[in-house]
Design a binder for this molecule. Structure first.
Ligand SMILES: Nc1nc2c(ncn2[C@@H]2O[C@H](COP(=O)(O)OP(=O)(O)OP(=O)(O)O)[C@@H](O)[C@H]2O)c(=O)[nH]1
Ligand SMILES: [Mg+2]
Length: 368
C-alpha cells in the first residue's frame, strides 16, 4: 500500500479529491488540522487547512486479499456441508433406534415427558408401550398446551408402570402355596429357586423344594445341594402322581418350590409332558422364566409355548446380561401376566429382587 499526503480545505473536498486522484479503493487513513500562512514570516492570521493521509492499495494487494477471502468462504462452505452431513447422520441414527423426536411429538408432549419416553425407548421398550406408560403419568398442561408429567421423573415412572403392568403383590399367597418354575433350558430356573427359597426363609416361611427334573444329568444334585446348604426338606418327583404325593408330604410347610427341567417351546412332546404335572394341584402356580437377554419375539414364543399350563406370571432373569431390558416391559405389558421377580446375576441369594414399580422405575432411570 502506498501512502500520500494531501492538503485540502474541508473533508468534503478531501473525499472528492481522493476519489478523483486515486480511485474508489483509496482510503483516508487520518486527518490533521494545520495552520497555513500565505507569508510565513509575517504575523498575519493564518488559515486552517486539513492534512489528510491517504492509503492507496497496490493492485497485487487486492488480488491476494480477494483470493484469501475466497478460500475462506470455500472453507466455511465445506464446514457447513460437513456439519449438515453429521446432523443428518445423527438424526437418521436416532430415528432408526425408534427414539421419539422432539419434532415428532412436540405438539403433544412436554420436553420432560419426551425425555422419559426416550429413557424407556433407549433401553428397548417399544415406542407405543413407552408412550402409553408415560402418557398414564401425564396431565394436560393448559399453559404449555401439551401433556406434561404430573410429578417428578421417578414418581411419574412409578405411576406409569403401575397403571400398565401387573405385578405379583401377594407373595407367598395364602397358608400354603406351591410355585413351579418353567422355561427354556439354562435361563436360571434352578438358581432362581434357590434365591427365592432363601428369601422366603428369611421372611420366616417354612420352605420345601421339589424337582421334577430327572431329564438332565446332575439336575437333581444341583437343587439337592442348595436344599442341603439351606437345610430345607427336598424331594424328587418323576411322575405327575409322585408330584402330588410329594406336595402332600410337604403340605404342613408354607411354600413349596418346584423346579422343572428346561425344555424348548418347539418340542411339542416335551411341552405336553408338563400338562399332567400341573393339573389337579389346586395350590400350584406356574411361573414362566424368561431370560432378559433373549430376543423379544422369542420371549413371546416361549410364553405361548408354555401357556399349555396356564401360567400365573413371569420371572425375568439375567437382567445383568443386557442393556435392552426394556423388552421385559414389552412382554409383561403385551401378555398382561404379572411379574414375580427379577434376577440380575449368578450370586445366590443376593441377585434377586421381588418385582416392584419402584425398582422398575429406578432401573430405567439408572439409579439402582
Ligand atoms: N448372569 C446371570 N447368570 C445367571 C442368572 N441366573 C442364573 N444364571 C446362570 O445361568 C446358568 C444356568 O442356571 P440354572 O439355574 O442352572 O438354569 P436352569 O434354567 O435351571 O437350567 P436347566 O435346568 O438346564 O434348564 C448358571 O450358570 C447360573 O449361574 C442371572 O440372573 N444372571
Ligand atoms: Mg435347572
Amino acid at each position: 500500500m502506498k501512502i500520500k499526503k494531501l492538503l485540502v480545505n474541508s473533508l468534503q473536498e478531501a473525499v472528492e479529491e481522493v476519489r478523483a486522484l486515486y480511485g474508489s479503493e483509496a482510503v483516508i487513513l487520518s486527518t490533521k488540522v494545520v495552520k497555513e500562512g500565505l507569508f510565513p514570516f509575517i504575523p498575519f492570521p493564518k488559515r486552517s487547512k486539513l492534512e489528510i493521509t491517504v492509503g492507496i492499495p497496490d493492485k497485487e494487494d487486492f488480488a491476494t486479499e480477494l483470493k484469501k477471502e475466497e478460500s475462506l468462504y470455500q472453507e466455511i462452505n465445506k464446514l457447513k456441508e460437513n456439519l449438515r452431513e453429521v446432523m443428518e447422520l445423527v438424526k437418521r441414527q436416532k430415528t432408526e433406534k425408534g427414539e421419539v423426536h422432539k419434532d415428532d411429538l412436540e405438539s403433544e408432549y412436554s420436553i420432560r415427558a419426551l425425555y422419559l419416553m426416550n429413557k424407556l425407548i433407549n433401553k428397548g421398550v417399544s415406542r407405543d408401550v413407552a408412550q402409553k406408560i408415560v402418557e398414564s403419568a401425564c396431565g394436560y398442561d393448559f399453559e404449555l398446551k401439551r401433556l406434561d408429567l404430573k410429578g417428578e421423573n421417578l414418581e411419574s415412572l412409578v405411576e406409569g408402570f403401575g397403571k400398565n403392568l401387573r405385578l405379583v403383590d401377594n407373595f407367598p399367597e395364602g397358608d400354603f402355596s406351591v410355585l413351579a418354575l418353567l422355561g427354556p433350558t439354562g435361563v436360571g430356573k434352578t438358581t432362581t429357586i434357590a434365591k427365592l427359597a432363601y428369601k422366603l426363609k428369611s421372611m420366616g416361611k417354612r420352605v420345601g423344594l421339589i424337582t421334577i427334573d430327572s431329564y438332565r444329568v446332575g439336575a437333581v444334585e444341583q437343587l439337592r445341594t442348595y436344599a442341603g446348604i439351606m437345610e430345607l426338606p427336598f424331594r424328587v418327583a418323576d411322575t405327575p402322581y409322585r408330584l402330588r404325593e410329594r406336595v402332600g408330604e410337604l403340605s404342613s410347610l408354607d411354600v413349596v418350590l418346584v423346579d422343572t427341567g428346561g425344555r424348548s417351546q418347539h418340542n411339542e412332546v416335551r411341552m405336553k409332558e408338563l400338562i399332567p404335572f400341573f393339573t389337579r394341584l389346586p395350590a400350584l402356580k406356574a411361573y414362566i422364566t424368561l431370560s432378559a437377554n433373549t430376543e423379544e419375539r422369542v420371549q413371546y414364543e416361549v410364553v405361548e409355548g408354555f401357556s399349555v399350563v396356564e401360567p400365573s406370571g413371569l420371572i425375568f432373569t439375567k437382567l445383568d446380561e443386557t442393556s435392552y431390558y426394556g423388552t421385559t416391559i414389552n412382554v409383561a405389558y403385551r401378555t398382561q401376566l404379572p411379574i414375580l421377580c427379577f434376577t440380575m446375576g449368578q450370586r445366590v441369594p443376593e441377585d434377586l429382587v421381588m418385582a416392584s414399580y419402584e425398582y422398575l422405575a429406578k432401573m430405567f432411570l439408572e439409579v439402582v
